[in-house]
Ligand binder design. Structure first.
Ligand code: AMP
Ligand code: MN
Ligand code: MN
Length: 324
């Protein structure tokens, strides 16, 4: 239903702004750039916006350099991709307010903030939904578009390793590879390359790891980030590493930003749900991978979040196949 409405509004639009979330990940950049390329192939004007710096590993995605920070221009439609609430669009939302808004997303916590909302938590990535749109709109895959879209699928499934990977997505990955995308090249760029500074910071953060009632957690302070020279601490994927610890059902990493706010990155084993905790604190995500941003200070944030996570670590939802 909303998939058809999404198609319809995109067919009618002529000048489309596509905005994605701050702290961008591969799926954010992939779904925004992918949709822009599809719209341009249909003869429309389309521009991608992200109100943040892009981490170096995302430079492997074709056309990433065309993404602008400030959303200016004359448009007749705003599309939000991979963002669960309008706050995640940063200044892009304020700059483009008043336009009809198409909200395309796969987060279970999506607040349905669009004029039209196409939200499908069964999609492994927003990029998978954009692939469906390409097919619906009759845009053929070439090597470039296939690489752009595969990047988001590979990013959100951690290289096809999350609990939600199924036969459908593998068939889609096969189609993308047949069109010319390289799975090994994207896995290498997104997961196997990291700056030395990241490894040093990782090491420091591991020294401070604690486990309480099934919750494993650690802290990255401003001082630790400054000493390592790493600006994008979320590039570490430290929470994804910590959830591999056998004694843990839930993992959390608390990162202090330069403005004093605290980013919380959370992961859960299958059957446990951190999306509900993130949503309760104004954030969002998926049952196994979620996050939120709190005003700080660190010593207030940690006990608040840990109490909620310990409760979540007691409440098994039963084995679910719902992934990130
Ligand atoms: P991360 O821990 O940064 O890899 O994020 C895991 C998931 O949670 C991703 O789907 C993010 O989009 C989502 N997420 C992280 N931080 C926030 C936030 N402040 N608000 C809403 N969603 C978030
Ligand atoms: Mn994302
Ligand atoms: Mn996503």
């Amino acid at each position: 239903m909303s998939r058809e409405q999404a198609q319809q509004i995109l067919k009618e639009a002529q000048r489309v702004a596509v905005a994605t979330h701050v702290s961008p990940d591969a799926d954010a950049i992939s779904s925004a750039t992918g949709l822009v390329q599809i719209l341009r192939r249909l003869g429309k004007t389309a521009e991608a916006f992200c109100d943040d710096d892009l981490p170096a590993r995302l430079k492997a995605i074709p056309h990433v350099e065309e993404i602008a920070r400030i959303a200016r221009g004359s448009f007749d439609l705003l599309v939000s991709v991979d963002a669960s609430d309008p706050g995640r669009l940063g200044k892009a939302f304020a700059e483009l307010q008043g336009l009809p808004l198409l909200n395309i997303d796969h987060h279970v916590t999506n607040t349905r903030f669009g004029t039209i909302n196409w939200v499908d938590p069964s999609a492994v990535a927003t990029a998978e939904m954009v692939l469906w749109l390409a097919e619906d709109l009759g845009v053929a895959l070439d090597a470039e578009l296939a690489s752009i879209l595969l990047a988001g699928i590979v990013g959100d499934t951690m290289g096809l390793r999350t609990a939600n990977v199924n036969a459908r997505i593998l068939r889609e990955v096969t189609r993308l590879m047949e069109a010319g995308a390289s799975l090994p090249a994207l896995v290498d760029a997104l997961f196997n390359r990291r700056p030395l500074a990241a490894v040093r910071l990782f090491g420091q953060a591991l020294v401070g790891v604690q486990v309480e009632s099934g919750v494993i957690w650690t802290v990255i302070t401003r001082e630790m980030r400054a000493a390592s020279g790493l600006t994008h601490a979320n590039d570490l994927s430290l929470s994804s590493f910590l959830i591999g610890v056998e004694e843990a059902r839930i993992a959390a990493v608390f990162t202090e930003r330069d403005d004093g706010k605290v980013e919380v990155s959370m992961r859960a084993r299958p059957g446990y749900d951190v999306a509900r905790v993130a949503l309760a604190f104004g954030g969002g995500g998926h049952p196994p991978a979620a996050g939120c941003l709190l005003p700080g200070p660190m010593e207030e944030v940690i006990p608040l979040i840990l109490a909620a996570l310990k409760t979540a670590a007691r409440d098994s939802q039963g084995e679910t196949s719902e992934g990130r």
